[in-house]
Design a protein around this ligand. Structure first.
Ligand code: C2E
Ligand code: MG
Ligand code: MG
Ligand code: MG
Length: 285
């Protein structure tokens, strides 16, 4: 009986696997077509300067508006895009669109903001990446100072020397660099030492329970102090409460990003936010 049951479990497992790989395959086919069909779009989440309380910049976050499944979050399709290499054309499209949109706002007379774009290690390691950045800045007319590239430390970081050199060349172009999701995954302090970045983005997992978990509080205050000693700005991701904000302010965190101020927004909603020049004190009122 037990054997029979085991057999059934195996069968069930197998058919589940088949369904899953079929779903994956369908999703890959859909994703390949998504760009041509205009289903890939960019949302923007404001990044606020804690000193002034004003919007300093925004992170460009990719969205996939699937015709049947609706809005699909990057957590669902970025891993697939990474595996299939589709991340390169998708990521390059997001980069260009974010630069174009930022320049459009500036040409409309809105205050200049820094747009942060996530760059996959896969994309970063493509030959001609520096040229791609140069070309994107030239064709969109965006000031290099108003572009920030976010890189995540990753197990795929094989050629660390190459990454170090690429970051230095990007800095020479005038582009800003941040290290994303710091403190999780494969992050290491030796990377932070070798990658000459402008901003360290403290992962949101440390910001949650910041005011109730002593370990998180210790990690976050240490990361802020360390960044400052290395002449790097500290940005806290995933700030959701006033208590977290007050804590971060007390310890001198430079910038915040999170639902407390705003979720990621479609272009028109983000534009409204910058037109009315929304600042932190209005949110806290
Ligand atoms: P990330 O770069 O760390 O982006 C921040 C994520 O945290 C975003 O998720 C954002 O919506 C979410 N977030 C912001 N504030 C809060 C908050 O207060 N609470 C909580 N719980 N979450 C918050 P999203 O947009 O789903 O993106 C997930 C990840 O997908 C990004 O993490 C990034 O790693 C990746 N990603 C997004 N767009 C791109 C892209 O264009 N290229 C690449 N390579 N990766 C991207
Ligand atoms: Mg990011
Ligand atoms: Mg992040
Ligand atoms: Mg993250």
């Amino acid at each position: 009986r037990a054997k029979e049951k085991g057999g059934n479990t195996f069968q069930l497992y197998r058919s589940e696997m088949n369904i899953r790989s079929l779903e994956r395959l369908n999703m890959e086919i859909d994703l390949r077509r998504a760009m041509e069909r205009g289903e890939i779009m960019v949302y923007y989440q404001p990044i606020v300067d804690l000193g002034s309380g004003r919007i300093y910049g925004m992170e460009a976050l990719v969205r996939w508006k699937h015709p049947i499944r609706g809005m699909i979050s990057p957590a669902e399709f970025i891993p697939l895009a990474e595996e299939t290499g589709l991340i390169v054309p998708i990521g390059n499209w997001v980069l260009k669109e974010a630069c174009r949109q930022n320049e459009e706002w500036i040409s409309q007379g809105l205050p200049p903001l820094v747009v942060a774009v996530n760059i996959s290690v896969n994309q970063f390691q493509q030959p001609g990446f520096i040229q791609l950045i140069k070309g994107t800045l030239e064709s969109t007319g965006l000031d290099p100072k108003l572009l920030c590239l976010e890189i995540t430390e990753n197990v795929a970081m094989k050629n660390v020397n190459y990454i170090v050199e690429t970051i230095d060349k990007l800095r020479e172009l005038g582009v800003r660099i941040s290290i994303d999701d710091f403190g999780t995954g494969y992050s290491s302090l030796s990377y932070l030492k070798r990658f000459r970045v402008h901003t360290l983005k403290i992962d949101q997992s440390f910001i949650q329970e910041l005011t109730t978990d002593e370990e998180n509080a210790a990690i976050v205050t240490a990361l802020i102090a360390m960044s400052h000693k290395m002449n790097i700005k500290a940005l806290a991701e995933g700030v959701e409460t006033k208590a977290q904000l007050e804590f971060l302010r007390r310890y001198g965190c430079d910038e915040i990003q999170g639902y407390l101020f705003s979720t990621p927004l479609p272009v028109s909603d983000f534009e409204h936010l910058i037109r009315v020049n929304r600042n932190l004190s209005e949110v806290l009122r």
